[in-house]
Design a protein around this ligand. Structure first.
Ligand SMILES: C=C1C[C@]23C[C@@]1(O)CC[C@H]2[C@@]12CC[C@H](O)[C@@](C)(C(=O)O1)[C@H]2[C@@H]3C(=O)O
Ligand SMILES: O=C(O)CCC(=O)C(=O)O
Ligand SMILES: [Fe+2]
Length: 313
């Protein structure tokens, strides 16, 4: 007699807990370079600690940002509406995207931040420090990949670099929107590299390869680093330009502030994967300039996968 074995039709899979890499920049350069490259390949995202940016510079930028966002609306509107630079509220970009936030988008070139007010001085010293940190990380990436030291960093250090600073304020929850609303919708950042610092409020989430959203715990002492589309193109798809989003405030009565530096190339820079990284593979993306990529980006919606347009078919 054959005894039928009962098979449970529901297989419970334990969702593996994922730890976001937290990289201590005070460790040895070669060790750090390897860890960063691994994080860029696996997630396109990591946190850095012991980054060397003084608490004072960060705190001043945070204080000035809150002071700006707590001003009455007509005063904030005096800086001009985001097109793309300036003050924006709820509308993101010019293609109809919205979110539960207000923001200030600023260029970072020296002419644009002429130091005539306390705010501009604070922005200028914050940008200087965070740009330097971004370049150090890009140089560690170059070391880890075995390509020339300044291959990526020279684009961000360039006098005409199109880098940006974005200050995002997610106000405390009110009756008009609800827990779980989107603050800043799903997207990848178009530039080379992004360095984000937030206060102690949660909200940022990254998308994993399996499609799950992973909340990033806030850490005011760390910088979150994410790979942008340009670095995905320059590594022929080896690095992931991570998709991420920010939820509107998850905790009641708490304002969230993120200060985001986007390290970008100068407009006329040519973007292509260097031969050392192609090895025997064919390039998957066409060669383009940052200016071409930016025009394409700004003509499309936030959530689009913009690099697909530049794929070699
Ligand atoms: C909807 C848009 C807003 C954005 C330009 C775009 O057309 C598509 C990309 C968006 C994004 C995402 C990352 C940065 O926050 C940003 C400044 C950027 O460079 O690309 C924004 C753009 C924006 O807010 O203007
Ligand atoms: O505020 C955040 O945590 C995310 C913001 C963001 O992704 C952006 O400004 O591009
Ligand atoms: Fe982003």
């Amino acid at each position: 007699m054959v005894v039928a074995t009962q098979v449970n039709p529901i297989r419970m899979e334990k969702i593996r807990e994922v730890d976001i890499p937290v990289i201590d920049l005070s460790c040895s350069r070669s060790k750090v370079a390897k860890l960063i490259v691994k994080a860029c390949e696996e997630y396109g995202f990591f946190k850095v600690i012991n980054h060397g940016i003084s608490h004072h510079i960060i705190k001043e930028m945070e204080d000035e940002s809150f002071e700006f966002f707590y001003k009455p609306l007509p005063e904030k509107e005096l800086v001009g509406s985001a097109n793309p630079f300036g003050y924006g509220s709820k509308n993101i970009g010019l293609s109809g995207d919205t979110g539960e936030l207000e923001y200030l988008l600023l260029p970072t070139n020296q002419n644009a931040i002429a130091q005539t007010s306390k705010f501009r001085c604070v922005v200028s010293s914050y940008v200087k420090s965070v740009r330097e940190l971004a370049c150090e990380i890009l140089e560690l990436i170059a070391k880890g990949l075995g390509v020339p030291h300044s291959l990526f960093s020279h684009l961000v250090r360039h006098f005409d670099s199109d880098s940006l600073l974005r200050l995002n304020h997610y106000p405390p929850v009110t009756h008009s929107f609800h827990h779980g609303d989107i603050g800043f919708g799903e997207h990848s950042d178009p530039q080379i590299i992004t360095l984000l610092r937030s206060n102690d409020a949660p909200g940022l989430q990254i998308s994993l390869r399996n499609g799950l959203w992973l909340p990033v715990s806030p850490d005011p002492h760390a910088f979150c680093v994410n790979i942008g589309d340009i670095l995905q193109a320059m590594t022929n798809g080896r690095f992931i330009s991570v998709r991420h989003r920010a939820m509107a405030n998850l905790l009641p009565n708490q304002s969230r502030l993120s200060m985001v530096f986007f390290g970008a190339p100068p407009p006329e820079a040519t973007i292509a994967c260097p031969p050392q990284l192609l090895k025997r593979n064919k390039p998957i993306y066409k060669t383009f300039t940052w200016s071409e990529y930016k025009s394409h980006t700004y003509a499309h919606r936030l959530g689009e996968t913009r690099l697909d347009h530049f794929k070699i078919t």
